[in-house]
Structures are given as C-alpha cells and as structure tokens.
Design a protein around this ligand. Structure first.
Ligand SMILES: Cc1cc2c(cc1C)N(C[C@H](O)[C@H](O)[C@H](O)COP(=O)(O)O)c1[nH]c(=O)[nH]c(=O)c1N2
Length: 228
C-alpha cells in the first residue's frame, strides 16, 4: 500500500463553540420554502458556492454521480409548473373530505416565484459498472445524490437563500422538458431564491398536515423495537 503523504492529512479538532452553534443553527432553521421567495436573481458566485457545497457531498466509492441543471429560463420554469399542476391534481384526488380540502389549501411549490431552479440528477454509470460500496445495493448512487442535495440546502440556509424541493411531477414530464436521457435518474427539482422570512417550524406542521415525531419513539437500543 502506498504511504499517505503527511500534507494530505489535517488535525481533526472540534469546532469552536461559535462554529458549532452555526452548524446546528443551519440544521435547525433550514426550511422547505414554497412561497417566501424574493424575485432578486442570485449572484453567480453565490450559486457557484452552493454547487461547490453540493459537490463536496459524500458518495459511494467516491462516484460523484450527480449533475446539476441550472435553470433560469422562465419558459422552462413555466413548463415545470404545468407538470406540477397536472401531478398535483392527481395527488389531491387521492385524499378525501377535510384532508383533501387541507391538501388543496397547501402551497407545495415555488417554481414560478423562485428566480432559479436546479434539477439534480444521478448518473448510475458515472464510475463504470462495478463501484466500490455499491455492489450489493445499487440504490447507493441515489442516496449519494441526496447527500449533495442536503449539502446545498444547508449551505443555502447559511447564505440566506431559501430552497424548496418539488417532487410532485411525473418524471417523464421533467425528462422531456430538460432533455434528460433515460439512463439518468431525476433526484430533485429545487427552487432557490432569497427569502425575507422563514417558518420557525416545518410549514406542514404549522398548517396541521403532520407533526414532528418525538425522537424518543424513533431511537432503538441494540435491536429493532427496543425503545431506549
Ligand atoms: C425528498 C423530498 C421531497 C419533497 C420534500 C422534501 C423531501 C426531502 N418537500 C419538503 C418537505 O415537505 C419538508 O422537508 C418537510 O415538510 C419538513 O419541513 P422542513 O423542510 O423542515 O421545512 C416537499 N415540499 C413540498 O411542498 N412539495 C414537494 O413536492 C416536496 N417534496
């Protein structure tokens, strides 16, 4: 095995308390944004920093399976919005009564309001047919891509930029809109823009759709179902 040169390693110290607080603040106050977008375009260097943050994500076998389609064209965004409306109507029909009325009252995208969208995709062939760590679970490529989404989302929070993930689409609509080849998996459509305010809790909780679960109910000790 080749020795690792000393200059390729750094000391791993805990962050200062202010730095730690900033990291946890980004995690705790990150929100999914639908309606609070401001129209100002995001500066190129800021968008670049967000993409760099996404590109620093962990990936199985260091596969880096992602691509980032940066969408500024209003016509493209209008196309995605039409695709959303179609899928959202189908989704609403799956609920009945009060639940359906509540669903219909929710704002579930900001495609037209946000000045920028980024579609993040996953290329399963990025690192050849055999990928370290993915042999027994091919979905690891998509999990890696989701790590990139989360990196971008947290970096955006720190930059004062809101991000909204929209998944209420038929993939085929987005594929044909953006010319995405069949072998590429569509992972996320993200709406981005500056925001002047954010919900302090998830909007779906504030609007009575679903509440945060107690962590205690989700943590098991040593084996499935053994509550801590
Ligand atoms: C994979 C995936 C897909 C979606 C989402 C999230 C994720 C992770 N979310 C946002 C989701 O509703 C939100 O994260 C939760 O309600 C929690 O709120 P905060 O993100 O903490 O604000 C989301 N929100 C929305 O309004 N329309 C959507 O289509 C989606 N799709």
């Amino acid at each position: 095995m080749r020795p690792v040169p000393k200059d390729k390693r750094v000391r791993s110290q805990a962050f200062s308390s202010a730095q730690r607080a900033a990291v946890y603040r980004a995690i705790e106050t990150r929100r999914d944004v639908r309606d609070q977008f401001l129209p100002e375009p995001l500066p190129e260097d800021l968008v670049r920093r967000l993409l760099e943050a996404a590109h620093r994500a962990p990936s199985v076998g260091f596969m880096q399976p992602w691509n980032f389609i940066v969408i500024r064209d209003p016509a493209m965004r209008a196309g995605a919005h039409r695709a959303f409306l179609r899928a959202n109507e189908e989704a609403a029909e799956l609920f009945t009564g009060e639940r359906q009325a509540l669903y219909r009252s929710l704002k579930l995208e900001g495609i037209l309001k946000a000045p920028l969208s980024i579609c993040i995709t996953c290329d399963p062939e990025r690192a050849g047919s055999v990928v370290l760590g993915r042999t027994h679970n091919p979905r690891m490529d998509v999990y890696s891509t989701v790590c990139a989404v989360q990196n971008l989302w947290l970096a955006a929070r720190a930059e004062g930029v809101g991000v909204g993930w929209v998944s209420i689409f038929h993939d085929a609509d987005i594929r044909s809109l953006l010319g995405i080849p069949e072998r590429i998996e569509i992972v996320a459509w993200l709406c981005l823009g500056y925001v002047d305010e954010l919900y302090s809790e998830p909007e779906l909780a504030v609007k009575g759709w679903r509440q945060r679960l107690p962590l205690e109910e989700l943590v098991y000790a040593d084996r499935w179902g053994n509550q801590e």
